[in-house]
Design a protein around this ligand. Structure first.
Ligand code: UDP
Length: 451
């Protein structure tokens, strides 16, 4: 039974790992501050065994008109647009029911920026609402700038190499060409999604999973631009860790394997939970890793190689070599792996969660981004924090081998590790009492109680 008088926060995550995890961490942080938490989920990609991992949370499922299979057919952004259109009515019913059953105890709806239908419903029911951005603040700032451009003129400008490389004023070192969305399917649904998300925004504040010490200029820029309070509370996984938000099971056997390796000798390879790679690139990575003579732990997520089932469907010679020299899993306990003393570097697609997790463990990275959002993170890792080596263009085995050796063997890698460890300390300080993320959380709690 909930204690009487507790205010309720309704959380609405996107059904994808990189979005669910920070939302559940935020829920945990607010639960510890005395709020009741209700998580509203769709039918697909639900948090497994929620009552075991999140005692005290209420989970509610809203019927979804779109089955998971539609994701494949429609592509990510058409799927999101459709979800936003079809979820409005059922979400409204769900909230009405919650209000009836539990009294008018909803302090706020906190929704992933991708689920903008929540803003419309909240306004209709006169409920306060706040947005959670699960991507970097710099990425959000880049999107704001892009949305105000004269697109036709910009696309013409982008044919000029000098203009492509021109740094965007107020967003150093992000260049004009980094503003162009890529790697996320067709352009039009993505732009429509961004327009809708802005037009339907009624939120009184925006929460970011970042820390001022990582992205201070982007945060200041956003504060001015958005004109509502912004709360950088991250990294949320250390503000309030929330084990159990995994949508799939981790293979813990890799920890045993890591236990037998020398300190800082292993390169951990993972491209997150969504990215798909061309088989040609996978083969070059495989050869490069093997030629580097460094041990590697590689997450081969089913479906992560276009046209292949998994490691066994690679040419026999390669799958044999990879299995002998490295350790392969379908899913790793990533935070534990990054924190293991044997891990010396992280080959990553630079998703925002992976980026934060690597920095918090003081692990430098090889950055191989696949989308514009990941590219912005990679640019920061390489040029602002200077803890990453970015691979651009076609990736060939020689470049892979060199990058691994630069990171694991050379002094350059040791210097990056030093800087990563310095950032790690700053991040840890930011979530401790008196630190910036700690204080921002206090401010957010005040904001939620006042509303
Ligand atoms: N993850 C994990 N094990 C894996 C692969 C991914 O635990 O084998 C987790 C990782 O720790 C991170 C999330 O999945 O929290 C991936 O989020 P990210 O933003 O890095 O990338 P996305 O999957 O959204 O592209």
């Amino acid at each position: 039974m909930e204690k009487k008088g507790k205010k309720r926060i309704v959380l609405v995550p996107v059904p994808a790992q990189g979005h669910i995890t920070p939302m559940m961490q935020l829920g945990k942080a607010l639960y510890l501050k005395g709020f009741s938490i209700t998580v509203v989920e769709g039918q697909c990609n639900r948090v497994s065994s929620p009552s075991q991992h999140f005692p005290g949370f209420q989970f509610v499922t809203i019927p979804e008109s779109l089955p998971e299979s539609e994701f494949e057919r429609l592509g990510a952004f058409d799927f999101i647009l459709e979800t936003n259109k079809t979820s409005e009515a059922s979400f409204k019913n769900c909230l009405r029911q919650l209000l009836r059953q539990q009294g008018n105890d909803i302090a706020c709806i906190i929704y992933d920026e991708f689920m903008y239908f929540c803003g419309t419903v909240a306004t209709e029911l006169k409920l306060p609402n706040v947005i959670l951005c699960t991507q970097s603040a710099t990425n959000q700032a880049a999107r704001c700038i892009f949305s105000k451009l004269n697109l036709e003129k910009f696309l013409v400008d982008m044919e000029d190499p000098e203009l492509q490389d021109k740094v965007v004023e107020s967003l150093y070192p992000i260049r004009n060409k980094d503003l162009l969305p890529y790697g996320l399917g067709p352009f039009e649904p993505l732009l429509e999604f961004r327009r809708e998300a802005i037009n339907k925004r009624t939120a009184s504040a925006v929460i970011f999973n970042t820390s001022r010490c990582l992205e201070s200029s982007s945060m200041s820029w956003l504060q001015q631009e958005l004109g509502i309070p912004v709360y950088p509370l991250g990294p949320l996984h250390i503000t309030a860790s929330a084990p159990g938000s995994s949508l799939a099971e981790d293979d813990m056997s890799c920890i045993e394997w890591l236990n037998k390796k020398k300190p800082r000798s292993v390169i951990y390879v993972s491209v997150g939970t969504v990215t798909q790679m061309e088989s040609k690139e996978v083969l070059e990575i495989a050869w490069g890793l093997c030629n580097s003579n460094q041990p590697f732990l590689w997450v081969f997520r089913p479906g992560s190689i276009l046209g292949f089932d998994g490691i066994d469907s690679l040419p026999e010679e390669v799958s044999k070599m990879v299995s002998e020299r490295g350790y392969i899993v379908k899913r790793a306990p990533q935070i534990e792996v990054l924190g293991h003393p044997a891990v010396g570097g992280f080959w990553s697609h630079c998703g925002w969660n992976s980026t934060l997790e690597s920095i918090v463990e003081g692990v430098p990275m090889i950055c191989r981004p696949f989308t514009s959002e990941q590219k912005i993170n990679a640019t920061y890792l390489e040029s602002v924090w200077r803890i990453g080596i970015q691979l651009e263009g076609e990736v060939l085995r020689g470049a892979v081998e060199r990058a691994v050796n630069r990171l694991i063997v050379d002094d350059e890698g040791a210097e990056m590790r030093e800087r990563a460890l310095g950032l790690r300390e700053k991040l840890k300080a930011s979530v401790r009492c008196g630190g910036s993320s700690y204080s921002e959380l206090e401010e957010l709690v005040k904001h939620l109680k006042i509303e």
